[in-house]
Design a protein around this ligand. Structure first.
Ligand SMILES: [Zn+2]
Length: 425
């Protein structure tokens, strides 16, 4: 029958489909059983998993040739000189560098302490989106290297209702909990304050004095950046000895008793900001702390015992500049080694890793203006000619340390009365 002949192929194909469905269900059930069975073979480990098991993940082993350049300062009135970068970014906000790489850089560059200060408002933009992990990821490596790692954040006033200045960013350091920082600015700063955080005005811009005064009156402000490694020009920037810095800040710090700060604010690798091949060092804050520990360092910043170190200069309160110079330098007059016994030398021994620069004149000598600047070698001795008159047994010297500054026109001045020894026999 034609009709039967037409139906038969359909019945056959329906049967095949049904058989295939049953077979597929059987295979799926067998696969599930195989997965659940305790004796089943585990899925084969990938090469990446094997390597992660062997070397750890994230893979952060340092290059074998990487070395640390220690930056040495002797005790300053019994206080330790802690080298710190209090403002730095990673891929967890708008930085381009892994947290672990930041730790290696800081260790290599001779720092003792680093604060990772990623922006909370990047939480939903940055990859990976786990904010906690910037600090958490970096911590084991920091501990292994003996670098103090401190929890921080950079808060911006853009999210807050009170302040509307495009340049008003604040670094908070030594915080316990970041969760209150994901809302508006005032709540965030108040919370940071409640947590005992150090609050630093980052890269002051055009209207910073007005807003800083407001924060100061609330008792919320601890310090301001005199130098920010990311700002080489623009609003508020002046230059001293060819180095950019926020030229209004030093006087403001002194007038309002705030800590002076220098930070890298690095978003890029440090080597893209600093030419280490030419001996340049990254900017850092020197903190004069009673002990080498987070609590002591936080208290030292609160007590304003900081100096800003950048571009072969150290800026800060005159009292601490003087103490630093006096602990690092030893002066003496050495006899001439030449036939002419009138020729004497000032010998300066520098026990620190900082190249002090100075102009030396005799007290009351009017010709001092044209003096050449002498660079005092790090951890070594430098001699420079000094004029001694016939029969003199002592000289009074005025030593202008041109790269220790409490203001652009306020280099540190030391006065020394030194004995003049006899010449060679
Ligand atoms: Zn920043």
């Amino acid at each position: 029958m034609p009709s039967e002949r037409r139906l038969n192929p359909i019945n056959k194909s329906m049967g095949r489909i049904a058989a295939a469905v049953i077979l597929l269900q059987f295979l799926v059930a067998a696969f599930v059983l195989a997965q659940e069975s305790p004796g089943a073979e585990p899925a084969e480990e990938t090469t990446a998993q094997k390597l992660a098991g062997k070397y750890g993940w994230p893979y952060v082993a340092g290059h074998k040739g990487l070395s640390r350049q220690e930056i040495f300062f002797p005790l300053v009135r019994g206080l330790q000189v802690i080298k710190a970068d209090l403002h730095i970014h990673t891929i967890y906000s708008d930085g381009q560098v892994l947290p672990e790489t930041r730790v290696w850089e800081a260790w290599r560059d001779g720092l003792d302490l680093m604060v990772i200060t990623d922006h909370p408002e990047y939480l939903k933009l940055a990859l990976p989106q786990d904010r906690e992990r910037a600090y958490g990821r970096a911590l084991p490596l920091a501990r292994a290297l003996g670098l103090m790692l401190v929890r921080g954040a950079e808060l911006t006033t853009l999210s807050g209702p009170t302040y509307k200045d495009e340049d008003s960013d604040h670094v908070v350091a030594f915080i316990q909990d970041e969760s209150p920082f994901f809302g508006d600015f005032d709540t965030a700063v108040r919370s940071a304050r409640d947590q005992g955080a150090v609050i630093i005005w980052a890269h002051p811009g055009s209207r910073w004095v007005r807003d800083a005064t407001r924060l100061l009156k609330l008792g919320w402000l601890d310090g301001i950046e005199l130098r920010n490694g990311g700002r080489k020009g623009g609003k508020g920037i002046g230059y001293h000895r060819g180095e950019p810095y926020f030229s209004e800040v030093m006087d403001w710090c002194l007038d309002h008793d705030l800590a002076v700060i220098a930070s890298s604010d690095a978003h890029w690798p440090i080597d893209q900001m600093v030419d280490r091949g030419r001996g340049e060092r990254r900017e850092m804050t020197l903190v004069l702390a009673e002990r080498r520990g987070e609590t002591s360092i936080r208290e030292a910043i609160k007590a304003r015992r900081t100096l800003a170190y950048f571009g072969e200069m150290i800026w800060g309160r005159e009292e601490w500049l003087r103490a630093l110079a006096e602990s690092s330098l030893r002066f003496s007059v050495t006899p001439s080694i030449q036939e002419n016994r009138k020729r004497h030398f000032l010998s300066v021994a520098n026990s620190s890793s900082f190249p002090f620069r100075m102009k030396v004149s005799r007290a009351g000598d009017e010709s001092a203006a044209g003096l050449r600047e002498v660079r005092i070698a790090e951890r070594g001795r430098t001699v420079a000619p000094v004029s001694v008159k016939e029969g003199e047994t002592g000289v009074r010297l005025v030593i202008t340390v041109t790269n220790l500054l409490s203001g652009a026109d306020r280099p540190l001045i030391l006065e020394r009365r030194l004995q003049v020894p006899g010449g060679p026999p």
